[in-house]
Structures are given as structure tokens and as C-alpha cells.
Design a protein around this ligand. Structure first.
Ligand code: HEM
Length: 198
């Protein structure tokens, strides 16, 4: 697990570096900038990590299939990897789809969420009154375990929480700049024409 954490930290450190910003705007420089070269290398190591995990899950599923009827060691039958392995036809590009998806979730999803929570905790230490007010709102809406489950669709029931999250994301430095994109081909969006390559 620490190996994965080190890889993720390495990838994110390079993404946030000044060299990456330069490479984003001058793609011809990519091969010359050490941080970008390292980012690529780590990206491939990360892919190998997920490929290995995928293989372990596949083997485990095959073993369970063979032992059907006997007690099998089933760590988590609902994990994402297993869901797709059970329906491989949904992977349009084979294993690579799942490997890239795992990378998106861990780097794009997990680390961003974690960094946002860290900032929130830091802000709470500086603003205990906000923490107290938020705690009150949550306890009022969910006084008992049986009071229901919080979800994205019920978030409007906790307006102060929404405001706090907005404020944390406004103040926090989660991703210092946007991810660069370019249009693969010319397309129209409403009245705007985007030229291919721009
Ligand atoms: C507080 C949490 C999050 C923050 C602050 C955040 C922030 C961002 C930002 C700033 C971008 C770049 C947008 C752009 O330049 O167009 C981005 C893109 C992206 N995020 Fe998040 N994100 C968060 C959570 C997540 C989660 C939970 C997932 C998936 C499970 C995710 C997956 C992605 C992906 C795949 C992209 C790339 C989209 C593209 O290439 O157009 N993010 N995110």
C-alpha cells in the first residue's frame, strides 16, 4: 500500500510542478523537462501496479469459480475491478480501460478529495465556531443512526455544509491550475467553432 501511496505522491507532485505548467503550454519541451519525464515514468509504473492488481483479482475469481460450493475467501465481491471482470464485454479497450479508470479514481478522485478534507480540517482549527455550527446542523438533521443517509442528492438539507464545502474549495489549493486540453478535430459548440488542434 505504501508503494501505491509513494507513486501517487510522485505523480501529483509532478503534475503540480512549475515544469509541468511550462510543458502544458509548450508541448515541444516535454521530453526535455526532467519532471515531465519522471511523471511519464511514474505513470507507467502506476499502470503496472493496477495491471498486477487486476491480475490478482482475476486469478482469485477463477479460483473461486473452481471452488464453487466450497467456502471461498471473498475479500470484497463488490469492488469495481470485480464488477468489470464479471462483465468484460463492457471494457471496450480491454484491461487498459480498467487500468486507466483506476488511475483516474486514485489520482483524480482520491487525492483531490483527501487534499480538500485536509484543508477543511486546517480551516476548522482556525475557525472553531464554523466547526461547531456545522456540527450542530449535522446533528439536527441526523440525530440518530436511523435518521437516514447523507448523499449528494440530499445535500440541500444541509445548506451550511454546502456553504462550508464551497468556501473550502474556494480557498484551498487543491489543483493549482487546470488540466490542459486540446481539440482532436474541429467542432461547433452552440455558436462557437473550436478548431482542431487548438
Ligand atoms: C474535491 C474533490 C475534487 C476536486 C477539487 C477536483 C478538481 C478537479 C479539477 C480542477 C479538474 C480539472 C478540470 C479541467 O481542467 O478541465 C479535475 C478533473 C478531473 N477530475 Fe476531479 N476533482 C475532485 C474530485 C474528483 C473525483 C471524486 C473524481 C473521480 C472519482 C475526479 C476525476 C476527475 C477526472 C477524471 C478529471 C479529468 C477530466 C478531463 O480530463 O477533462 N475528480 N478535477
Amino acid at each position: 500500500m505504501w508503494h501505491l501511496k509513494d507513486l501517487l505522491d510522485g505523480v501529483l507532485e509532478s503534475v503540480q510542478s512549475a515544469q509541468m505548467l511550462v510543458a502544458d503550454t509548450n508541448s515541444w519541451l516535454e521530453g526535455l523537462l526532467p519532471v515531465v519525464v519522471e511523471y511519464r515514468r511514474l505513470g507507467f509504473v502506476l499502470q503496472d501496479f493496477f495491471r498486477h492488481e487486476l491480475e490478482l483479482n482475476r486469478q482469485q475469481m477463477e479460483n473461486e469459480e473452481e471452488k464453487k460450493g466450497e467456502t471461498s475467501i471473498d475479500i470484497n465481491p463488490h469492488n469495481l475491478c470485480r464488477r468489470y471482470l464479471a462483465e468484460p464485454e463492457k471494457l471496450l479497450n480491454g484491461d487498459m480501460d480498467l487500468i486507466v479508470l483506476a488511475g483516474d479514481i486514485w489520482t483524480g478522485g482520491m487525492e483531490t478529495t483527501l487534499t480538500s478534507i485536509r484543508w477543511a480540517i486546517l480551516f476548522f482549527t482556525q475557525n472553531p465556531d464554523v466547526q461547531e455550527k456545522l456540527h450542530e446542523e449535522i446533528m439536527k438533521r441526523y440525530p440518530r443512526r436511523s435518521s437516514g443517509q447523507f448523499s449528494f442528492s440530499t445535500r440541500h438539507e444541509l445548506p451550511y455544509l454546502c456553504a462550508v464545502m464551497d468556501e473550502v474549495l474556494r480557498l484551498a489549493n487543491v489543483l493549482p491550475w487546470n488540466i490542459s486540453h486540446h481539440a482532436l478535430k474541429t467542432f461547433k459548440l452552440n455558436e462557437h467553432t473550436m478548431k482542431g488542434g487548438s
